[in-house]
Design a protein around this ligand. Structure first.
Ligand SMILES: [Zn+2]
Length: 411
């Protein structure tokens, strides 16, 4: 019996955006919601209690990293991801497809590889050692930790994600880049479609075999890069897909996203997807992108940006982003953001955090991460409130005009 449900509470007038609620075995997620990333089962530098206090409703970890270290079986023995990391609320894992290819290739941008199409799609990794190889059955890759060889197939990804035990898991997909040829995108998309069927079958087999474990919802992942025809086809294929008697519980929008066309791409996909299932946009977390994604019908988002940027001393405020370790903040005793109600802003000044960064104290990362994660989580929470009371457009206009004028902040 599935204990996973999604319901819509309100919609944005004449747009695809909505406010809803996802029910999981570990509690509710009020959507739209930003899901902070704890790649290796920890949000770097921050206690789970602080994540709860700053308003995080769920966390997303990464199957690839946890498979390599400490191993998915270890997490299973611990009683699942939430128990292992002392987080009682909902959890997500992404399938490992992105990391297998991006880290395996050892390149910043993901590159798809296929021996038949070597020429056209091999340009970026020119002088790089190739550490990941895709074939129709799966991906063989070299661990970025110790160079050992591994293989992920749709079945392996499902087994790993069942052992980790997150409430929401993703189908294994082939991630391509914007640089791949159209011909390659079509080929990768068909491969991802066939892998999605295998994911449903293996997921259903594992769900039955592990019937005493909490229900895990499986989301299909829509690829298709910047091509409307491919994105729409992928969305329709996955929406209609049924195998072993089950369908996807929700959908992920993944792969190469041309940021300038984010709204368009998300809307193509969401026009095709059924209304009654949740949609997660993978890897998006900048404030301007969040408004675009929400109004085009995405319900949840994850991104490493708020914590990664915090560790480099870049902080978000309602008046834009600035670098708190820079000179002008040395004797600035005001909080990072006057309007912020987070633990960091209630208790610490820009000058103190500036000092921590300059003296390389680890507390700098903790305080900056708490602020950034709170900023993004509560921004999306406010967006939700404004969808419900019918003032989303007004909120978007007032937030963005102030946020984008922040270029005037002292550097
Ligand atoms: Zn704050």
């Amino acid at each position: 019996m599935s204990s996973f449900e999604f319901s819509i509470k309100a919609e944005i007038d004449r747009q695809l955006g909505r406010a809803g609620e996802i029910k999981t075995p570990h509690g509710l997620i009020q959507t739209p919601a930003f899901i902070p990333v704890g790649t290796k089962a920890t949000v770097k530098a921050v206690l789970p209690e602080s994540m709860t206090e700053l308003g995080a409703q769920a966390l997303l970890a990464n199957a690839y990293h946890l498979y390599l270290q400490p191993g998915a079986e270890t997490i299973d023995e611990a009683g699942g991801l939430g128990k292992f990391m002392n987080w009682s609320k909902p959890t997500f894992t992404d399938s490992g497809g992105f990391q297998v290819l991006s880290l395996g290739v050892g390149f910043k941008k993901v590159i798809a590889m296929d021996s038949d199409l070597w020429q056209a799609d091999d340009v970026i990794a020119d002088k790089k050692e190739r550490l990941a190889h895709v074939d129709n059955d799966g991906v063989t890759f070299k661990s970025h930790l110790d160079g050992s060889m591994h293989r992920f197939t749709p079945e392996v990804s499902m087994q790993v994600q069942h052992h980790i035990g997150a409430d929401i898991i993703f189908a294994f997909d082939e991630c391509t880049t914007l640089h791949n040829t159209r011909r390659y995108q079509e080929k990768a998309l068909e491969r991802t479609r066939l892998w999605a069927i295998r994911c449903l079958d293996e997921h259903q087999r594992l769900t039955k075999q592990r019937a005493t474990h909490p229900y895990q919802a499986l989301f299909g992942v829509i690829q298709g890069a910047q091509y409307e025809e491919l994105r729409r086809k992928a969305a329709r294929d996955l929406a209609e897909m049924k195998s072993s008697g089950i369908e996807f519980d929700g959908f992920g929008i993944g792969g190469a996203l041309d940021k300038a066309r984010l709204g368009e791409i998300v809307s193509w996909v969401n026009q095709e997807l059924p209304n009654n299932k949740p949609r997660h946009l993978l890897g998006i977390g900048e404030p301007t992108d969040l408004f675009t994604a929400v109004e085009n019908g995405a319900d949840t988002f994850d991104c490493v940006a708020p914590s990664r940027e915090a560790r480099t001393s870049a902080v978000y405020t309602t008046r834009g982003r600035f670098n708190v370790s820079n000179g002008p903040y040395r004797k600035d005793f005001s909080p990072i953001d006057q309007e912020c109600s987070c633990y960091t802003c209630k208790n610490y000044s820009r000058a103190y955090i500036n000092h921590l960064f300059r003296s390389k104290e680890i507390l700098a990362s903790t305080l900056a991460t708490i602020h950034n994660e709170h900023f993004i989580v509560s921004l999306v929470e406010n967006i939700r409130t404004r969808i419900i009371d019918g003032t989303f457009q007004e909120f978007k206009a007032s937030f963005l005009s102030k946020y984008l004028e922040g270029k005037s902040l002292p550097k």
